[in-house]
Ligand binder design. Structure first.
Ligand code: B12
Length: 213
């Protein structure tokens, strides 16, 4: 998972180091670089590294990031079925993960799978249920599904870590590149330039993958 401090701790140093090379996609390349380093720590093991944006030929995601985060105990995945009095009728409602420390200010970037390791009695930590009331869960799913552009769903709980969005050109020096990077920092999809207003009002940002769609 990438948290708000990823910008300073990983992305800035990565871009600085790679300055003389052509970086097409700083966020994805940075994540890929760091996950490769983790893989190197297990030279005797088979390790499958998967990224959140990877798709199967069927156009389905290679792994379900939110389900993976939930079963790993990293962030609770709130789904429609977690609400008893469902007010949405036939509408499609997407679920959303919330982290007890970062709220919605994080992204699930990748998965490391160790296919040859089996631990029958592995202790499985349950994710922290930090949005526990019915009202808050309804509010969360409403915000994520119908108002995700303003990012308020990310503040459904009080977050413990936040920081300012970096100043224009902070990494690339180019305003044009910066617009695309800032969209990525703020949650994933490449938004239209006009959408930036809502992004810049946020006090936090998160590094997330650009969705492939
Ligand atoms: C395709 C996709 C989109 C599409 C479609 C939306 C969607 N949610 O499907 C589009 C492009 C619209 C989109 C938009 C956005 N997305 Co998006 N998206 C994805 C992607 C790549 C795949 C999601 C998917 O197809 N799921 C498939 C469906 C069928 O899965 P499901 O509903 O969870 O169903 C499964 C579970 O219920 C499970 N299950 C069954 N029983 C149980 C029981 C338990 C206890 C559990 C845990 C699971 C479980 O089984 C089902 C499958 O059989 C993921 C990354 C990934 N690789 O997972 C990001 C992801 C979901 N998106 C994310 C985000 C942030 C967004 C945006 C806010 C980005 C933005 N700023 O623009 C918007 C929000 C729009 C919206 N309202 O959803 C984040 C969500 C983070 C979070 N906190 O949860 C993800 C995880 C990406 C990331 N890197 O972090 N997205």
């Amino acid at each position: 998972m990438s948290t708000p401090s990823m910008f300073d701790k990983a992305l800035k140093p990565f871009v600085k180091k790679e300055r003389l090379k052509i970086i097409r996609d700083p966020v994805d390349q940075c994540v890929s670089h760091h996950l490769s380093r983790v893989k190197e720590k297990f030279p005797d093991q088979r390790v499958d590294v998967m990224f959140d944006y990877e798709m199967l030929p069927s156009r389905k995601p290679k792994f379900l990031a939110q389900t993976a985060a939930h079963v790993a105990g990293a962030a609770y995945y709130y789904q429609r079925k977690d609400v008893k009095r469902d007010p949405w009728g036939k509408k499609k409602i997407f679920g959303v993960c919330i982290h007890p420390k970062y709220g919605g200010w994080f992204a699930i970037r990748g998965l490391l799978l160790f296919p040859d390791i089996q631990v029958p009695f592995l202790e499985q930590p349950a994710p922290v249920d930090c949005v526990s009331t019915e009202e808050k869960r309804i509010e969360l799913l409403e915000q994520f599904n119908f108002h995700w552009q303003d990012g308020r769903y990310r503040d459904i709980i009080e977050v413990k870590e936040s920081r300012e969005i970096p100043a224009a050109g902070a990494l690339t020096g180019s305003a044009e590149n910066h617009i695309s990077l800032r969209n990525r920092l703020c949650g994933g999809q490449r938004a239209a330039k006009g959408d930036l207003g809502c992004i810049t009002r946020q006090k936090n940002y998160v590094l997330s993958s650009e969705h492939p769609l």
